[in-house]
Design a protein around this ligand. Sequence first.
Ligand code: HPA
Length: 239
Amino acid sequence: MRITPHISAAEGDIAEAILLPGDPLRAKFIAETFLEDAREVTSVRGMLGFTGTYKGMSVSTMGTGMGIPSASIYITELIRFYGVKRLVRVGSCGGLTADVPMRGIILASGACTDSMVNRARYGGWDFAAVADYGLLSATAGAAHAAGLEVHVGNVHSSDSFYNPVPNALEIWQRMNVLAVEMEAAGLYGIAAEEGARAMCVLTVSDHLVAAEETTSDERERTFGDMVTLALEGLFADAN
Ligand code: HPA
């Protein structure tokens, strides 16, 4: 019997901890490369999800699609109907400051947004969409232990990849926002409302300030560093 409209996994098929890339093929790559005994648990609309283990800890990974509306459907169903408790988005972002270089790793301690979803949740006021402190500090600790540099700060979750606001970049930079992406504020709002814990790890895949090329090999290595870091953060948080 199907539990939700958008996920075909059976009850108990999804772990309490999940990594959420935007791209479902990245979920497949994570499952095949970083998890042990991984098996596919859902594939509705091609939005693949897998469950396996990392260092003996049960972990799932599933694509969210792009943008807050798509991601919100999956995130809500995962928490509300599958009992997922810890959610870590592993995504890419556009860098906004020269201090965070191409391929740099960001831990999004907070997420600003032009989306209305959190205002809708919060009576029209401005909800501070923040990462779970336990997950954030465990992941920052794991980065430190691995000698991996991370940048911790605000990101902007935009409803538009092709932003129509002419001075958006100037506004983000004035407020010291590190990067732009499209899901974190939605994830943090839902997690708060549903009583789950969430955070977001990002790699800078393109840069709006420092124009620099990156090869697909480099992108894959950076993505791998980020996934390992996210898994180590989840593991440290649980142990
Ligand atoms: N804008 C929004 N989301 C993104 C970007 C960007 O430039 N790069 C990667 N995700």
